[in-house]
Write a protein that binds this ligand. Structure first.
Ligand code: NAD
Length: 311
């Protein structure tokens, strides 16, 4: 099995490293526009193989998409990350052009691939990759929900002093500030979170999760990479191993949740065909209201993308 990771920056290199280290694929191609960057990082990951004992071959390429031919999965991480004071939406103009151009080249060499988008603004870059690739909607997903729920689960594990392994959670909606947390679907070792935490403590954790990306940008001057890279690798694994995992992922909605033509995070089953199924939850009035607010925000940014693409 072959995976390409586009963008050998912080998130892309981390993702490639995890795919190799965990032997999720036989071969990982790392590709970037910066000469030598992906070759160097791919070689460094390969140098680690005799230490960490894995067989995954890692190959770097500068701008030569022929090397990516016949990839089973492609992860797109190319594009600018946020700087302090920026929103994800501020990245749209630069990243739309980058995602469009790399997607064209990906499908030229891997016409049946499955694409996992990481570049921000996530939901709208998933839209860009989908329309540019012309792949079925089941083959283009965005990674955000795994990261957002992971942050939420990590904060809960700290608060409750329990293992993060025992915390299960689901959320909906756009990436980050416009996410729709679902405490009703959060459990700790099978126990509903509402039985373990006071409402105000839970609300504070939800707020911190919404701005979890911003917290990282404030600390480091750029966005996070360990958890995002790992989250993308987890999606790759679910596809290549046909795991049928349930993740929150960004997909095109065509009537699900009474939403049409919008790219939003929802629970999906991920397997060898990409998005095998979209799970529709029975939302209550409040959750539905929040999902509609999230939809409105994403549609506004999708409209900006349409304008950019029409120029
Ligand atoms: P980075 O700057 O470290 O790496 C981006 C890389 O993309 C750079 O090496 C750059 O040279 C490369 N690149 C630019 N144009 C390219 C092109 N046309 N072809 C190939 N490579 C190209 O940034 P990062 O921290 O790795 O973040 C990457 C993206 O992921 C950003 O847009 C960031 O906002 C996003 N991100 C998303 C999530 C999420 O949850 N979805 C989380 C973290 C970061």
């Amino acid at each position: 099995m072959k995976v390409t990771v586009v963008g050998a920056g912080n998130v892309g290199a981390t993702c490639a490293d995890i795919i190799a280290y965990k032997e999720i694929a036989d071969e990982v191609v790392l590709i970037d526009v910066k000469k030598g960057l992906s070759e160097g990082k791919a070689l460094d990951i390969w140098h680690k193989a005799p230490i960490d004992l894995y067989d995954t071959r890692t190959i770097g390429a500068t701008n030569d998409f022929a090397v990516t031919a016949n990839s089973d999965v492609v992860v797109i991480t190319s594009g600018l990350p946020r700087k302090p004071g920026m929103s994800r939406d501020d990245l749209i103009e630069t990243n739309a052009g980058i995602v469009k151009s790399v997607t064209e080249q990906i499908v030229q060499y891997s016409p049946d691939t499955i694409i996992i988008v990481v570049s921000n603004p996530l939901d709208v870059m998933t839209y860009q990759a989908h329309i540019t690739s012309a792949l079925p909607r089941t083959k283009v997903m965005g990674m955000a929900g795994i990261l957002d729920t992971a942050r939420y689960r990590a904060f809960l594990a700290d608060e409750l002093n329990v293992s993060p392994k025992d915390i299960q959670a689901m959320l909906l909606g756009g990436h980050g500030d416009v996410m729709v947390p679902l405490p009703r679907y959060t459990t700790v070792g099978g126990i509903p979170i509402t039985e373990l935490l006071e409402n105000d403590v839970l609300e504070a954790i939800i707020e911190r999760t919404k701005y979890g990306g911003g917290e990282m940008v404030k600390l480091m001057g750029t966005s996070a990479w360990y958890a995002p890279g790992s989250a993308a690798a987890q999606m790759v694994k679910a596809v290549l191993r046909n795991q049928k995992r349930i993740f929150p992922a960004c997909v095109k909605l065509e009537g699900e949740y009474q939403i049409d033509d919008c790219y939003l995070g929802v629970p999906v089953i991920v397997g060898k065909n990409g998005v095998e199924k979209i799970i529709e939850l029975n939302l209550n009035e409040e959750e539905n209201k929040l999902l509609q607010i999230s939809r409105k925000h994403v549609v506004e940014v999708m409209n900006v993308l349409d304008e950019i693409n029409s120029i």
